[in-house]
Design a protein around this ligand. Structure first.
Ligand SMILES: C[S@@+](CC[C@H](N)C(=O)[O-])C[C@H]1O[C@@H](n2cnc3c(N)ncnc32)[C@H](O)[C@@H]1O
Length: 266
């Protein structure tokens, strides 16, 4: 499933390539592509973050946002070579101290163990990973002794709701407990249409990990959880046609802040 997803994401990199000029302008002007809620969780990194690691970094725009927030050095990891080419071009354009690693997140190189002062991931990452326990073990081993883990992700409940023609929420037929779903093609509000027809694209496998599965995996890996928060932030603009009075009624995203195993919270 990861091999298929890698192929699908390499195809989807076409959409990110279209955002290149915008990304250069944003990063070179000192801006950030992160949501305000993410910036609040991450905080000002100046003088307190030698290394930020971003897992599943795509084209590097969010990774380099961490540099603009004050990280001395950023490392982005992704399994799509085409995404990383884009990240390298972006780095060259803005002159950032960044390193890009091509690997499956479950096989993050051990050379990075214990080095992340900030370990950040999310915004459509976890749903592609098919082994949550192995993923949590990676989180635990990458954190430096005083490192912080920040995740901001789509809420699994989001999969249960869609917007009807009248702008109100209706239930989808998604089975919350079913596991991975195979699909071809992308949502219009997200990646949209690619030059490759939907039928010719790679099949991809995504799943909504439940909050219980995510939290339990992190706890069992030894990550010291500080907070789990549910948000009504529409993280991928997938529900733009919901009525204003329907907005804010259901959780669309969640965040987790944690610490390295065995260290007391501040
Ligand atoms: C939605 S993007 C990540 C969020 C990013 N902030 C964005 O919106 O651009 C998902 C990324 O995860 C990567 N990815 C998916 N599964 C992966 C895996 N098992 N190992 C490494 N990267 C993976 C994809 O290549 C893609 O770049």
């Amino acid at each position: 499933m990861h091999a298929a997803n890698r192929q699908a994401w390499d195809e989807a990199a076409e959409r990110y390539e279209g955002w290149f000029a915008e990304a250069v302008a944003l990063i070179s002007s000192g801006g950030s592509n992160l949501f305000p809620v993410e910036e609040q969780l991450i905080g000002d990194l100046h003088g307190r973050c030698r290394r930020a690691i971003h897992l599943q970094c795509a084209g590097g725009r969010d990774t380099l946002s961490l540099w603009n927030l004050g990280a001395d050095e950023v490392i982005g990891l992704d399994f799509s070579p085409r995404m990383l080419d884009l990240a390298r071009r972006l780095t060259a354009a803005v002159g950032a101290p960044a390193t890009w690693i091509e690997a499956d997140v479950l096989e993050t190189p051990h050379a990075l163990d214990g080095t992340a002062d900030l370990l950040y991931t999310g915004r459509g990452s976890l749903m592609w990973v098919q082994d949550i326990d192995r993923w949590a073990a990676v989180i635990a081993r990458l954190l430096s002794p005083t490192g912080r883990f920040v995740l901001f992700e789509g809420h699994p409940a989001e999969w249960l709701f869609d917007v009807a023609e009248d702008g109100r929420w209706i239930a989808t037929d998604y089975d919350y407990f079913a596991g991975p779903e195979a699909s071809k093609g992308w949502e219009p509000g997200y990646i949209d249409h690619l030059s490759l027809a939907d039928d010719d694209q790679s099949t991809k496998f995504a799943r909504a990990w439940t909050l219980g599965e995510v939290v339990t995996a992190l706890l069992q890996a030894g990550v010291r959880l500080e907070r789990l928060t549910e948000h009504n932030v529409d993280w991928w603009s997938g529900h733009g046609d919901a009525l204003p009075e329907e907005r804010g009624r259901i959780p669309l995203s969640f965040s987790i802040v944690g610490r390295a195993p065995g260290r007391p919270a501040d």
